[in-house]
Write a protein of this length. Sequence first.
Length: 296
Amino acid sequence: MTEVTTASALEKAPRKKHGRITGGQIAAILGVSKTMKRAQVLRAMVREYHGDASEYAPSVATEYADMYRQQAERAFEDKFKLNITRSDVKKPHKLLSTHPMLIKSKTEPGPGLLYLRLPYGQRDVAEPTGFKPLADQAHHFAQMQFELLNAGVEWGVFCQWSVLGMRNEKVAIDRRWIDVNLPQLEAFYDEYKEACKDKAHREPLRKQIDNQNAAKLLVEYDELSVVTTNAKARQDEILEKLKQMAGDSSVTICGRNLTRTETQGSISYAAAVKKLLPGADLEAYRGAPSTKWKLD
């Protein structure tokens, strides 16, 4: 017997809920992230909405932060003699999903946000001055401002930690900055809801080719790579020995000329233009686009 889905049954069926923007995605959406693009966030959110497999791959920096996070939290608590508390946001912004760490201060009204980061590039820094100030890190400033907003607090501490030291900066919420940048998040969210209707982000990023002929070609390519690398290394060794025989002058070796030449250093025109003509528009001088292939 064929089952018939009635209109009333469809109305009762639960609808998928659109996800919210997480703290780590904010900087990318605003175009200030160093590691992620806006398009990558859009694709990830669409795939999550449909329950597709995540394409996220943790980096060395992420693994480092995960390994030492609890140690960093304890160090902050010990230094300032206070407790870090975690709680769900009571009245979250309709677009945001964050999980704030809250702290209390005897000198500040109400709770504050602890924005803790373990920068991999400064993992060996001991002095506070070895960490970059928040003013020089637009990606962290953006995320922290919206986390302050979502947590419903007026102030926070930007803490950077390494095994050897830490730097702490008090940060106040900047509502004017938020008002200027919030429309970008709203526009992105509207784009995201529309993108959920499209299949483009659900397709693999790369076309998959898995056949015997392709496998044989890859094996041959790798074998040739080894041969050419070894041959180039041997060529360099031979040339070095011939140069030692020649000394500092051009010579003829068994009827072959080995010539020594000296040239002036080349001019770095890109660096010269940047220094001598800052802000110059060079688009009119850009060459035609080219295509390159790289086999990893």
